[in-house]
Design a protein around this ligand. Structure first.
Ligand SMILES: C[S@@+](CC[C@H](N)C(=O)[O-])C[C@H]1O[C@@H](n2cnc3c(N)ncnc32)[C@H](O)[C@@H]1O
Length: 262
């Protein structure tokens, strides 16, 4: 396998990620390259009984990739920080587990995601949940605030993954737990860690996705081109056949028509 260095601009990438998750919040039934919603959540392992107790609109915009609450083992009265809380589905599930004596804090950089989560929280009375605007690489929260840090499908979007893990460690109390679901690649991917990426290392799932989509478009154009070429060659071969065999061999379409006409 060959590796190609692809330069990318972290600011441009952030703008793309924000635009995508703005749509996830505002138009969850639009077209996305990933699955969302209740069927996905149930398939991943969320209990229908828990899902019935949280806002349905948060579930519609759920864009996580796995289930980790059994690993997180959240207890009543604990404080949980959700890195990349989106429209809030996991914060509401965590709120059920910490109960009224606990606290859940969601961190997200996309205004529309936080606005939706806040609206649903206020409507349905989840008083133990709050949201802060910020990056998961630099959460605007004090050291040692959390018993548990959770994150679902977000770290793959970060350009500096090491920074996110260090931030999770900073946010955790001594002996705290860190439970995440995320996407990894089993084979070496072409990395965007050239000078243009500021040596940040790694690449985001969005940049991989955009490149894969471009590659697929190219393949489709090539397949269409080959199909058109095959058709032309078939037509040429038919013409050649009829000119070699003379007018006795009528083209198949005409024969069928004359048979139908009796
Ligand atoms: C795949 S969604 C997951 C949301 C939520 N965990 C869920 O399961 O539905 C990614 C979310 O992470 C947020 N996000 C991505 N990169 C971020 C970053 N570097 N800092 C803060 N939020 C980020 C996006 O705004 C989006 O809401």
């Amino acid at each position: 396998m060959t590796a190609t260095n692809v330069a990318f601009d972290p600011k441009e990438l952030e703008a793309k990620v924000k635009a995508m998750y703005r749509s996830v919040a505002e138009d969850p039934h639009g077209e996305f390259h990933f699955e969302m919603g209740r069927a996905l959540a149930e398939r991943l392992g969320y209990s229908p009984a828990d899902l019935d107790r949280i806002p349905a609109e948060a579930i519609e915009s759920f864009a996580g990739v796995g289930y980790y609450f059994h690993l997180a083992a959240i207890e009543p009265n604990e404080t949980v920080v959700d890195l990349g809380s989106g429209s809030g589905m996991d914060t509401f599930i965590a709120a059920l587990k910490v109960g009224p004596g606990g606290k859940v804090i969601g961190v997200d950089m996309t205004d529309e995601q936080r606005a939706k989560a806040e609206r649903l929280r206020d409507r349905d009375g989840f008083r133990n949940v709050s949201y802060v605007k910020g990056y998961i690489e630099e959460a605007p929260l004090p050291d040692g605030v959390a018993d548990v840090v959770i994150s679902n499908g977000v770290i793959n979007l970060a350009t500096d993954k090491g920074k996110v893990f260090r931030e999770a460690a900073r946010l955790l109390k001594s002996g705290g737990r860190f439970a995440i679901s995320d996407i990894v690649t089993a084979s070496p991917a072409d990395r965007g860690d050239g000078p243009a990426a500021g040596g940040a290392g790694g690449q985001s799932a969005v940049s991989v996705h955009l490149r894969q989509r471009e590659r697929r478009r190219h393949e489709i154009r090539r397949e269409e081109h080959l199909a058109a070429r095959r058709q032309t060659l078939t037509r040429c071969a038919r013409l050649h056949q009829s000119s070699v065999h003379g007018p006795k061999t009528a083209p198949p379409a005409r024969r069928r028509v004359s048979r139908e006409m009796g």
